[in-house]
Ligand binder design. Structure first.
Ligand SMILES: NC(=O)c1ccc[n+]([C@@H]2O[C@H](COP(=O)([O-])OP(=O)(O)OC[C@H]3O[C@@H](n4cnc5c(N)ncnc54)[C@H](OP(=O)(O)O)[C@@H]3O)[C@@H](O)[C@H]2O)c1
Length: 167
């Protein structure tokens, strides 16, 4: 993909890998918009990097994703790169009957990128040099007990690093 002159949307850009990507793209003359839930963290990135924009978005909220996609493409028609980075990695007791952690992980790490990509695709398909990138998760080891739950086919582990969608 082209590394300068893009308008790049990075989910989970308030910390960690997302923040580092945001700052690296910002330093390379890209317009950068970051999202996340924690307004204070987003503000800290904006304050440290004048020019970066931030919007609040919970990627587990399907309705919010749809209205966000409409709003961000109206306000930033040059948007051509989506980086799905927001994600959670919580320890999980596979011997427990609870499924809360698994459901939160699927909602955030799998449905979040799927819904946001789908909502932005109509716009991205018309954008020059468009790309969708997904930061996926390795499978944590060691697992307790020795049960390996393989991620289902189609999870972010199976997503290609970069999908070229534009002309
Ligand atoms: N660090 C690693 O070793 C590693 C290894 C493999 C994969 N990864 C993946 O890399 C990505 C970034 O990880 P990181 O290490 O940089 O972790 P991190 O610092 O915890 O960043 C995760 C980001 O995702 C955002 N996020 C989480 N849930 C969200 C939600 N429901 N809606 C919107 N934003 C949400 C968080 O922002 P808010 O809390 O403000 O919403 C946070 O900024 C994740 O997808 C993670 O699974 C990391």
């Amino acid at each position: 993909m082209k590394l300068t002159g893009n308008t790049v949307l990075i989910t989970g850009g308030g910390s960690g890998i997302g923040r580092a990507l945001a700052e690296a793209f910002h330093a390379r003359n890209n317009k950068v918009v970051i999202t996340g839930r924690d307004a204070d963290r987003l503000s800290a990135v904006v304050k440290a990097n004048p020019g970066i924009e931030a919007r609040q978005l919970d990627v587990t909220n399907a309705a919010a994703i749809k209205s966000f996609a409409r709003q961000v493409t109206d306000e930033l028609p040059g948007l051509n790169v989506l980086i799905n980075n927001a994600g959670i990695m919580r320890p999980e007791d596979l011997t427990s009957e609870e499924t809360e952690t698994a459901e939160a992980t699927i909602s955030t790490n799998l449905l979040g990128p799927t819904r946001l990509t789908a909502a932005l695709l109509p716009h991205l398909l018309t954008a020059p040099h468009a790309a969708v990138l997904t930061v996926s998760s390795g499978f944590p080891t060691p697992l307790r007990p020795r049960i390996a739950r393989r991620p289902p086919a189609g999870t972010s582990n199976d997503m290609p690093d970069t999908i070229r969608v534009g002309p």
